[in-house]
Design a protein around this ligand. Sequence first.
Ligand code: SF4
Length: 195
Amino acid sequence: MKILLHTCCGPCTLYPIKTLRKDGIKALVYFYNPNIHPFREYERRVEALETAAERFAFPVLWDESGYGLRTWMKEIGTRQDPDERCPVCYSLRLRTSAKKAAELGLPAYSTTLLYSPYQRHELIREIGEKFASMYGIKFYYQDFREGWIEGIEMSKEIGIYRQPYCGCVYSEEERYSKRAKRLQDRLLAKSVDSI
Ligand code: SF4
């Protein structure tokens, strides 16, 4: 059996590829992530996946759209809260992946988003199944989170970049919110001192 495996990044692809191979499933890895910002970050993640693909010998189909900041912004609109924006972000990526799998004549698709304990697992499954049904294919579900630690070890072995935030500018802001607050407090204290 061959499936399209949507990938969010290099580190999250390693364990799913390993376990799918063990189960006799061939995966065509598909990179479509307009949610990764800014460009330099996108570039680093692309390079990490390139290295992972070379080292673990798996094929990657790079979506023709490339860096997709504007596509993502258009889709997300004014939704800033993660409870509102993440479902739309998952839907954009999974809808495009399901469509691609159907166009390629593949019977099923899946996503490495199912590997991360930081993602909304059940929601991803629900959205994945919805678009599979819409395009007349199957959503290959597996709880790849079981291999979280093993996947981290694999990524460290090959020395690829491991990103500190999910992808969008909002998630970057959330990741560094405490640091931003500390910085602001320090600057405000300096301002007061200088008066
Ligand atoms: S936090 Fe992650 S899943 Fe949520 S909108 Fe941002 S990039 Fe998408």
